[in-house]
Design a protein around this ligand. Structure first.
Ligand code: ARG
Length: 268
């Protein structure tokens, strides 16, 4: 035990120049642990559902790209981490974090009370709200107006929960899809009459999908949301580093630079 203690003291003393990575870390996925023990950069596994443009989509070489990816890379730079970003899919992402298969989930995940029971979230990094996407001719001004419509949502999202509240649980007119593009495709194919989802992604479809004849409707009475970066419950060390990184990039202008790149001068 004495010998071990001595080694630990020596390691601490010699690793001085590279503090972050020489500290032992708890709850990290295996790759990260090995790298940290070797005194190299902390390697963290980051997951996303890369089907939510412009926040996350598949880029070249099957690598997710988008606003969220730039944010987590900027946070990684502050902390001196190496991040391995992969597409996980929406439902699997939550499972992966719970099981410790991935360290970090960044995927426009809304911080909500139910999720907070099972996971931990960073400080909010983005303000969002739900929108209703419908054909231009549709008579929709508020969320209640979708009550008798066929509605498409991404399953397991806050948009799905909102639509379920309006249509009622078990209503067969409410159709859940594994990802958002599939729901929007059904709208274009006229197999659903409306899609409920986050403002950023639906605005992106409106602008960039090349399909004319659709609009998005905002009901001001629907509760706004905030996105957080998600980690395994109890992984305080990692959460602190994420929050520190987030604070730094908000202060040094990096966050704004990334924001402008994706959203221009829109307000946050
Ligand atoms: N913000 C919504 C939620 O947390 C939808 C997020 C969906 N994001 C995604 N990448 N599929 O439920």
């Amino acid at each position: 035990a004495c010998m071990l203690l001595m080694m630990a003291v020596m390691a601490a003393a010699c690793g001085g120049g590279d503090k972050g990575s020489s500290q032992p870390s708890s709850g990290q996925a295996e790759a990260g642990k090995e790298a940290a023990a070797g005194g190299e950069k902390k390697v963290l596994k980051v997951g996303t559902d890369a089907a939510y443009p412009p926040f996350e989509k598949m880029g070249p070489d099957s690598k997710p790209v988008g606003f969220d990816m730039d944010i987590i890379k900027a946070i990684a730079e502050v902390n001196g981490w190496e991040v391995q970003i992969e597409h996980a899919g929406w439902d699997p992402l939550f499972e992966d974090i719970e099981k410790g298969k991935r360290d970090i989930a960044i995927s426009t995940i809304t911080i909500d009370e139910k999720r907070k029971k099972k996971y931990d979230f960073s400080d909010p990094y983005f303000d969002a709200h739900q929108l209703i996407m419908v054909p231009e001719s549709a008579n929709v001004t508020k969320i209640e107006d979708i009550k008798d419509m066929r509605v498409g949502v991404q399953s397991g999202t806050t948009g799905a929960a909102l639509a379920e509240k309006i249509l009622g649980k078990g209503n067969t007119k409410l159709r859940g899809f594994d990802d958002m593009p599939s729901a929007v495709e059904e709208l274009y194919a006229k197999r659903v009459d409306a899609v409920v989802g986050d403002n950023g992604v639906l605005n992106d479809f409106l602008k960039n999908s090349g399909k004319a004849g659709y609009k998005v409707v905002k009901d001001p009475n629907v509760v706004p949301e905030q996105y957080g970066i998600m980690v395994k419950k109890g992984n305080k060390e990692l959460l602190d580093e994420i929050n520190k990184g987030l604070k730094t990039i908000k202060e040094n202008g990096k966050y704004d630079e990334i924001f402008r790149q994706y959203f221009g001068e829109e307000k946050k």
